[in-house]
Ligand binder design. Structure first.
Ligand code: GLN
Length: 196
């Protein structure tokens, strides 16, 4: 296989990301020469060119990353990380919850449940910097926001509550769920950014 993408599969929206990456790889012409694999244990990461950290419950995923001895491996992973929702919480430098050991991959502070109970889930057409083809139909589910981004972080989109899409180096982090809905433009952008 020429291209291997890992999806952290400890908890959360795993199968949706696998399907979205498979579709994105196909659309980029890698259909026959790529695979998307689940990552649960250190050996699963071997040979992966990029890794997705899906949405779910960030406190639970953080605990399981520790339990499965994946912290250092993900921290030192050479490829890009595609972090969505709970994944965005995990890749931050700081988060407002001491139960979470952050991976410190993107220089930012995250507010875990920024939208509160009043507006736990909603959908909106979101303009995303540099994304061709118009706004992205974004689904937010108990979404986090970035409250502070360091100088090396590029802000791709924001709402009144805060920043909802960023990139730094090979990594992308999104407050919403791009794996739901069939629009693979952000998965494709991430793959291209990683030379795939
Ligand atoms: N706010 C949730 C958390 O911090 C994430 C929600 C989600 O991934 N849909 O775990």
């Amino acid at each position: 296989m020429d291209v291997k993408i890992g999806v952290l599969a400890l908890q959360g929206n795993v199968s949706e990301h696998i399907d979205a990456f498979a579709l994105a790889l196909d659309r980029l012409g890698h259909g026959g020469s790529s695979e998307v694999v689940t990552v649960r244990h250190p050996e699963d990461l071997e040979g992966c060119h990029a890794l997705a950290l899906p949405g779910g419950e960030s406190t639970t995923i953080s605990r399981l990353i520790g339990k499965n001895n994946l912290y250092e491996l993900i921290r030192n992973f050479s490829g890009g990380i595609f972090a969505t929702c709970a994944g965005m919480v995990l890749v931050a430098t700081y988060v407002d919850d001491s139960r979470i050991s952050t991976l410190n991959l993107i220089d930012m502070t995250v507010d875990r449940n920024a939208f509160g109970r009043q507006r736990e889930s909603f959908e909106t057409d979101l303009p995303v910097e540099g994304l061709d083809g118009g706004p992205f139909h974004a689904i937010f589910i108990r979404a986090p926001v970035v409250t502070h981004a360091g100088p090396g972080v590029t802000i791709l989109s924001r709402l009144d509550q805060g920043i909802v899409a960023v990139e730094q180096g090979k990594h992308i982090a999104l407050s919403f769920h791009p794996e739901l809905g069939g629009d693979t433009r952000l998965h494709e952008r991430f793959l291209k950014k990683n030379g795939i």
